[in-house]
Design a protein around this ligand. Sequence first.
Ligand code: ATP
Ligand code: MG
Length: 463
Amino acid sequence: MAVERILVVGKEQRTHALARSHSKQLFAADDTQDLWQLLDSADPHLILIDMNTPHEQLCDLLRRRADKAVRTPVVVIDHEDACVEPETLLDLGACDILKGAEDYPRLAEIIEQLCKGTPDQEPVDRNFFAEECPSCVSIVGKSAATAKTLRMVRLVAGSSCNPVLIVGETGTGKELVARAVHILRHGAEKKFVAVNCAALTANLLESELFGHVKGSFTSADREKTGLLELAGSGSIFLDEISEMPRDLQAKLLRVLQEKTFRKVGGIKDITCKATIIASSNRNLLEEVDKEKFRRDLYYRLSICPIYLAPLRHESRKDDILLLADYFIQNTDICPEKKGKIRGLTKLAAEDLTRHHWPGNVRELKNVIERAVLLEASDKIGLANLIIHPDECHMACAPPALTRIKDFSLERAEKELVAKALTEAGWQKTRAAALLGITRATLYAKVKQYNIQEPQRHQDPVIV
Ligand SMILES: Nc1ncnc2c1ncn2[C@@H]1O[C@H](COP(=O)(O)OP(=O)(O)OP(=O)(O)O)[C@@H](O)[C@H]1O
Ligand SMILES: [Mg+2]
């Protein structure tokens, strides 16, 4: 999207001047009422509004914009840097607030970010994001721990710190944060290449990272470009760095120090321009003590590490219900239910905050998606909040289904469709009603999962 048409609300000359310097076409609305009349005909890419507009009118504009699902971003200009409650405006959906004349240059950055976004992006609900969270990344959470992480993300991304280390338990959001650092530093159009150091053998990982020349080993029948080169001037994400074999760690250290590397079997030095982002769910210092991780590499990596607190940690507990709501609203697990489930019952919410979340945000996301799938009412209750599916399954699944060891959501959906069909005596309209989906979707799911109508007195067959 290009930002060519800017609509200014109000008569403040400084706002007009700012808009003029960033747009090809300028539209002016005298006040917020005027704006609604102009919006359709002008079809602006951006709305600039002055902080001097009466506060109620400003809030009203943002609320009406959300109600009407208007996607045009609104930037508020606070020329005097006098605004008292910027959070309210951001919460109501303002894209950003420029504070004082020294903040004017940031409009160029905001416009650049808007240009990078796709035109079909969903309007962002700022309720889920902390003030520190830049609008181009979707890191949900407002807890003290998340705010601290976000501050660090901005600081590191805005610096030339390379390598960047991200540390946190499994499922805490390390890859999400790695992508955020990448987007903030390089923009979304630059390459972000990821490699999981635990997933490949030492030789494969080496040639994956560095590439190889033809004939450098038996199966090297052609030259290969490594990920360090493929990343260009973007980022390379070395996931689970603690699992990297020690001799490869030495080679990586050389890349970090020299900023050059050679392909396996090659003699030419290749410059590495990429930001190297590494993640670990292990305590790297402990790995150093166990002699599994090189001490020199550890020190080289941990210049400015970004830590992610576990979800159970006191400083992050405030994120649990926010994340749960975010996943309820944004999951695609059951498109028919989109927007129909409004939240959690009080008991369900209490249960979520009590749980210890060893799998952190990933576990929470799975629990919510499972609940959305199972829930037939407009609020997720305790009954469908299955935190330990294995235990629940052992306790209450019918005999024919206890054979199923796989608790993926897909499997859960199959089971649920089969259950509903049994319950409805294979009357498709009733089964569809029980599931809260259309008959057509039910037919599609029966076909997709190959669920066959059983002979009498048998459970449905799940293939
Ligand atoms: N703060 C957050 N806001 C929204 N979604 C999140 C957040 N943190 C994590 N997630 C989601 O949780 C899931 C796990 O996150 P991610 O893959 O980044 O975790 P990880 O720390 O890399 O896990 P692992 O160590 O197992 O690789 C992803 O679907 C991610 O989008
Ligand atoms: Mg990960």
